[in-house]
Design a protein around this ligand. Structure first.
Ligand SMILES: Cc1ncc(COP(=O)(O)O)c(C=O)c1O
Length: 317
């Protein structure tokens, strides 16, 4: 009892700056809104072996943005990690929506995990009888602002393609890369792949606008296939029609090509569209937030607020 009281005090006093509004856990088979109960077992394979996968979805004005696209990637990640989910896709989707509903959160984010579950502290998950599924709703502010940032080339090695393309809980390289960037007064580190081509950031994809007004993005074979990046590739077709872009191209991009681009843009669920004004010592374009980044930011926001039903799932509160 004392432990639970102290856990409650810990949450109240040292809770951090994020508010956790609801959690689903397959361990207790339900949803709690009590932050003290939002815990997972230490013997869960995800905790002590880093064997787990996760995904997210933004909540805006009572809608989940690109929920189905994120669930598809979540289940692909689970398959790559050889985790058999405890429920089918429909049930997972329904639990996620119910968790957001129970949280009463209309603007924030939803994060969820699959793991082989608890059992023992062995390396093999053979002793974990039942896989586990967790979800949490985090209260959020309005969408991220549009402001130019500085990035640096990451000296922390990128994960090999087999692991970089899975959204697993192994984010040690990502966290170290972020910390290295912060130590250098930068927002994030940019990874290059093993051949020296531009890859991605630690929680985002990267895009460029060439002098010829082409939108360029590294292909997704060695990095995480970002839901935001893919959506932007679709939304950017409108900019091609309007003549604001000449074309869209996915391929290998050299650092030289990237650094002499008119615009460099970070894209991801957490940041939406974030213009880069400096990469290492190189000022990008004229050093200001670029017009294509601004147009893409507006398009994504509009998509989140009034896009088609395929990207907006209403939450029944
Ligand atoms: C390594 C990495 N790359 C790219 C992304 C962008 O993906 P999304 O747009 O689906 O958020 C993320 C998202 O967290 C990520 O962790």
């Amino acid at each position: 009892m004392k432990a639970i009281e102290r856990l409650r005090t810990f949450r109240e006093v040292y809770g951090g700056n994020q508010q956790f509004l609801a959690m689903y856990s397959s361990i207790f088979g339900g949803i709690t809104t009590d932050p003290t109960a939002m815990v997972i077992p230490l013997d869960d394979h995800m905790v002590h072996r880093g064997h787990g996968v996760f995904d997210t979805a933004a909540i805006l004005d009572g809608y989940l943005y690109e929920l189905d696209q994120h669930i598809d990637r979540f289940l692909r990640s689970a398959a790559m990690a050889k985790i058999k989910p405890p429920f089918d896709r429909e049930n997972i989707r329904s639990i996620l929506i119910q968790t957001v509903s129970a949280s009463k959160c209309t603007t924030g984010s939803l994060r969820y995990w699959l793991s082989p579950g608890p059992g023992d502290f062995q390396l093999s998950p053979a002793g974990c009888p039942q896989s586990s599924f967790y979800a949490i709703v985090i209260k959020g502010q309005s969408p991220p602002s549009f402001k130019g940032v500085k990035v640096v080339t990451s000296s922390v090695p990128i994960k090999p393609p087999q692991f970089a393309s899975v959204k697993s809980v192994n984010y040690l390289p990502n966290a170290l890369s972020k910390m290295e960037a912060e130590e250098n007064d930068a927002f994030v580190g940019i990874w290059l792949d093993e051949d020296g081509y531009i890859a991605e950031g630690p929680t985002m994809n990267v895009a460029f606008v060439s002098k010829e007004k082409e939108l360029l993005m590294p292909q997704f074979d060695k990095i995480l296939c970002g839901c935001t990046a893919k959506r932007i590739l679709t939304l950017a077709q409108g900019l091609v029609k309007e003549g604001k872009l000449k074309g869209i191209r996915l391929g290998n991009l050299t650092v030289e090509e990237g650094k002499k681009a008119e615009e460099m843009i970070l894209v991801g669920s957490g940041i939406l569209v974030c213009p880069v004004v400096q990469w290492d010592d190189q000022v990008i374009g004229d050093g200001n937030e670029g017009p294509v980044a601004q147009a893409l930011y507006n398009l994504v926001l509009e998509d989140m607020k009034s896009g088609p039903a395929t990207v907006r799932v209403p939450v029944p509160y």
